[in-house]
Write a protein that binds this ligand. Structure first.
Ligand SMILES: [Zn+2]
Length: 304
């Protein structure tokens, strides 16, 4: 039985674990990224973490790493990371870890890794082709074809959050305007709520997507209206993806997937109503199944 060390590096925390080739997580944990200390400090931190995990673990056959930012699929280096991971751009992640531990190393972007986790053991385990969207403060995407991630020429394919759905619309962090993630991320849901003047309904000054879902579940009609607008926005962006890929499955992960079946069914209905009938026929929208473990599981999938 092969065993792997898995890391999932995000802007606020690093999830880690020891996983066997059957996908059983033998142990796992989470530590703060402390991204503000910079790229080299982060590299040292994960190197120390791997050393620590090797002690007392079974024989380790490889190391899987999922990281925020864009990753070169050939070299396993970080092509670009936002200010969430300052100094991470340009880090030769795969080379450094491989040279240090002399073991096979797989490095993948976090959304792609989560999609591979779902392919291996989650919502995509029975299908070979699907699209994955992660809805959080932004929108991430992954394209899985024949059971593998489609990377594109530079390794950065699947930036679904930056499809323009409103020409000249809200400014986006990418420098463009009217991007999908400005209308259908959980951050966007909070903004929709503010726009329809929901502020006075909440005691706290900061409204989160979670709070809106909670109030809607209690019967608040205005919160329900905000969620309907959010779902409609989501359908606009997803409809474009459906017309390009004609997928059978769309797997949605991120915070909203905690809401359960009613929401995925509503999204599926809204998407089906927004696409040509032939595209709607065999289309299924579902939520990711692996939750926070998708990244560490998917990070080792390439080592199997
Ligand atoms: Zn954008």
């Amino acid at each position: 039985m092969k065993h792997f060390i898995a890391l999932d590096i995000g802007g606020t925390s690093i999830k880690y674990g020891v996983i066997n080739e059957m996908g059983v997580i033998l142990r796992k944990g989470e530590i703060k990224t402390e991204a503000e200390k910079g790229g080299q400090a982060l590299l040292k931190k994960i190197t120390d973490l791997i050393k620590e995990q090797m002690q007392g673990a079974p024989h380790i056959d490889g190391i899987g790493i999922s990281t925020a930012g864009q990753v070169c699929p050939k070299s396993g280096s970080v092509l670009f990371a936002t200010d969430n991971l300052p100094g991470w751009t340009g880090i030769e992640l795969k080379k450094h870890i491989q040279d240090t531990f002399l073991l096979p190393v797989a490095v993948e972007n976090d959304v792609n890794a989560a999609a591979l986790g779902e392919k291996w053991l989650g919502a995509g385990s029975e299908v070979e082709d699907f699209l994955c969207l992660t809805i959080g403060t932004g929108i991430g995407g992954a394209i899985v074809i024949n059971g593998k991630v489609y990377h594109g020429i530079a390794g950065t394919a699947g930036e679904f959050g930056h499809i323009v759905i409103h020409k000249g619309g809200k400014p986006c962090t990418c420098g463009s305007k009217g991007c999908f993630e400005q209308y259908a991320s959980t951050k966007a849901l909070a903004l929709i709520a503010e726009e329809i003047n929901l502020k006075n309904r909440f005691k706290s000054k900061i409204i989160t997507g979670k709070m809106i879902f909670e109030e809607a579940a209690k019967g608040d009609i205005v919160c329900q209206e905000a969620i309907d607008l959010f779902i409609n926005n989501m359908a606009v962006g997803i409809a474009s993806l459906v017309h390009i890929f004609n997928p059978g499955f769309i797997i949605i992960g991120g915070g909203i997937s905690a809401q359960g079946l009613w929401l995925s069914q509503k999204i599926e209905q809204a998407v089906k109503a927004s696409v040509m009938p032939s595209f709607a026929k065999e289309l299924h929208v579902c939520f990711a199944k692996l939750g926070n473990d998708a990244g560490i599981l998917g990070s080792v999938y390439g080592l199997l």
